[in-house]
Design a protein around this ligand. Sequence first.
Ligand code: PGA
Length: 255
Amino acid sequence: MKYSYKGMNIEIYESYDELSNKAAQIIAAQVILKPKSVLGLATGSTPERMYKYLVEMHSNLKLDFENITTFNLDEYLGITENNVQSYAYYMNQHLFNHININRDNINIPKGIVNDINGFCHQYDEKIASLGKIDLQVLGIGTNGHIGFNEPDVFFEAGTHLVKLDEGTIVANSRFFSSIDEVPKEAISIGIRNIMQSKKVILLASGKNKEEAVWEMIFGQVTPNLPASILQVHNDVTILLDKESGSKVKIELDKL
Ligand code: PGA
């Protein structure tokens, strides 16, 4: 089912598999239409199947990533890229090891860095030097975060150091053997970086995302629910499954 509300495209699919397939098709179209695209990429459970489809498109259909540049949203602070919990490791495992991307074109915030502010500035400068991100992929936290932009009293503009919310630490502890192992800080690109992207797709799956998705679409635009800023982006597609989309569907069907 496809809806348009306040300029946002909202698509609700029967299953996680279908929404993942659709997300992969959007990325593939971007890569085919502009082989030198700059992609903004996300980690977490939600995009895993989307990456699986992209890897399949690369091996079966020769989808060509050779001239693509990528910027990941975020990385935990204090862990190396060889640590299985790092987002660098995740990206290698789910995508980069299986496609023909040029390693020099991969950008992921560093988990181990001496001069954090200097690094954040460089990351922003590098994005700016390539123009804009052509297509930014996002997930959403149960607290409405995008990247690791946690609920706050203001929107952080550029790449920055983040103190992770207790809720995020609890949610992400499922990937660690104990909650004490979850890093408490991260580096994340900012809301300006995301809002300057030419096109955004946001993926959400599962009942636990239902409230955050509803607030993102129908709530006030507020840094207290960072994803709500997407209401004022001019090219956003929100891909939901039945579970994450059930509350918004009730509202959208009334319009
Ligand atoms: P998830 O994380 O895909 O693992 O649910 C999404 C997010 O926290 O942004």
